[in-house]
Design a protein around this ligand. Structure first.
Ligand code: SF4
Ligand code: SF4
Ligand code: SF4
Ligand code: FES
Length: 376
């Protein structure tokens, strides 16, 4: 088959049949901004921020859902494209309570303006996504503010009753990424787009709080949300992107080995996100991996081995604890026989560690009494 090519910004690229303009561009490090596009999910073409100019096409076309065609000539930052993107950003900033610094208003009175903007939804604070928002980034990149169109009043109150997630509908741009993350990536089917027109809202279980729905609090929607509409409850107002150091690690809850990013501020884990672009989880996590990290900084955490003497625990070194355990296991085996011992392994360790546990039981303790916490 002859190679098919597309020209983007005067450079020629080959592509595989079925690839979109966006996929070809990104594969060749050409940036096209997106908001509603979620990798791994069906493109919806909802936001129109990714529009590009295609020679001979009557209108600008969304790059995320337009297939590349042989001989296609595309411009990703032409004057028409830039003008359209500016308009889209201005409309999004005007729809709801986008009270971050990108919002225009009276330039002589930013504070007064921001106070009036945030009074809409009862929120007494500026947006918690400030500095970590794709819409704000785009406003900066295309140098637009939100004062071109009159702001629409938020329709729905903030939802703060959920254990892990705050939903701020006044900052939702209805991109639908959360719905795709929930339904297509995690296949939980907990949320959908509800109501119509200006009343549109992301709803769960016929418009109930997430805690009263099928939501399992995996947090996939929070990671997918490009703005401040979905944020982790405990991390809200606790961090700015430039204050945290990100450390990649492996989740310790089970043997799947999901890759995490720990967001650490002042030596404390503030929040956890799934590491994208890497197996086995490609950014997805379960509720434990994403939200179950309080123990890391808990004052009650054990930091040394403990040996029980006369009914009381005392601290011991690892050397002492291991020697003592080895000695006692040997004594019990010799005195009462190998069947007096058993080994319980864990779903929270790796396959290799489980293998070593059974090897230790069989080869060292000489017992076949091996079991696993999943059957306790
Ligand atoms: S969601 Fe983004 S654009 Fe809207 S107020 Fe928050 S930071 Fe600003
Ligand atoms: S937390 Fe998970 S299950 Fe709940 S709405 Fe978000 S993606 Fe769906
Ligand atoms: S909550 Fe976030 S991800 Fe969901 S539609 Fe609104 S802006 Fe998009
Ligand atoms: S990212 Fe393409 S239409 Fe939204």
């Amino acid at each position: 088959m002859t190679e098919q090519t597309i020209t983007i910004n005067d450079q020629s690229f080959s592509f595989e049949p079925g690839e979109t303009i966006l996929e070809v561009a990104r594969r060749n490090t050409i940036d096209i901004p997106t908001l509603c596009y979620l990798k791994g999910a069906t493109p919806t073409g909802a936001c129109r921020i990714c529009v590009v100019e295609v020679k001979k096409a009557r209108n600008l076309l969304p790059a995320c859902c337009t297939p590349a065609e042989d001989g296609m000539v595309v411009y990703t930052e032409s004057p028409k494209v830039v003008e359209s993107r500016k308009m889209t950003i201005q409309l999004l900033l005007a729809s709801g309570n986008h009270n971050c610094a990108v919002r225009g208003g009276d330039p002589k009175s930013w504070t007064a303006f921001q106070l009036s903007a945030q009074s809409h939804d009862g929120s007494s604070d500026l947006c918690p996504a400030w500095g970590d928002c794709e819409l704000q980034n785009l406003a900066y990149q295309y140098q637009v503010s939100g004062d071109r169109f009159p702001a629409t009043e938020p329709h729905y109150a903030m939802e703060t009753v959920n254990p892990f997630i705050v939903r701020d509908f006044s900052r939702c741009i209805l991109c639908g990424r959360c719905v795709q993350a929930c339904n297509e990536i995690q296949v939980n089917g907990a949320i959908s787009l509800g109501y119509r027109g200006a009343e549109s809202k992301i709803v769960a279980a016929g418009d109930r709080p997430l805690r009263d729905s099928d939501c399992v609090f995996c947090g996939e929607c929070v990671q997918a949300c490009p703005v401040g509409a979905l944020v982790e409850k405990n991390a809200r107002y606790e961090w700015r992107p430039w204050e945290v150091r990100k450390t990649r690690t492996t989740c310790s809850y089970c043997g799947v080995g999901c890759q995490l990013e720990l967001h650490v501020k002042n030596n404390k884990v503030i929040k956890v996100t799934g590491a994208e672009e890497t197996p086995p989880n490609y950014g997805s996590l379960c509720v434990k991996g994403r939200f179950g990290f309080d123990f890391i900084n808990s004052d009650e955490r054990l930091t040394t081995p403990l040996i029980k003497e006369n009914g009381e625990f005392r601290q011991a070194s690892w050397n002492e604890a291991l020697n003592y355990t080895a000695k006692r296991l040997g004594e019990i085996r010799d005195e009462h026989g190998p069947d007096s011992l058993g080994v319980l392994s864990s779903a929270r360790v790796s396959n290799e560690e489980n293998y070593l546990a059974q090897k230790f039981a069989r080869a060292v303790l000489k017992t076949n009494n091996v079991d696993h916490c999943a059957r306790l």
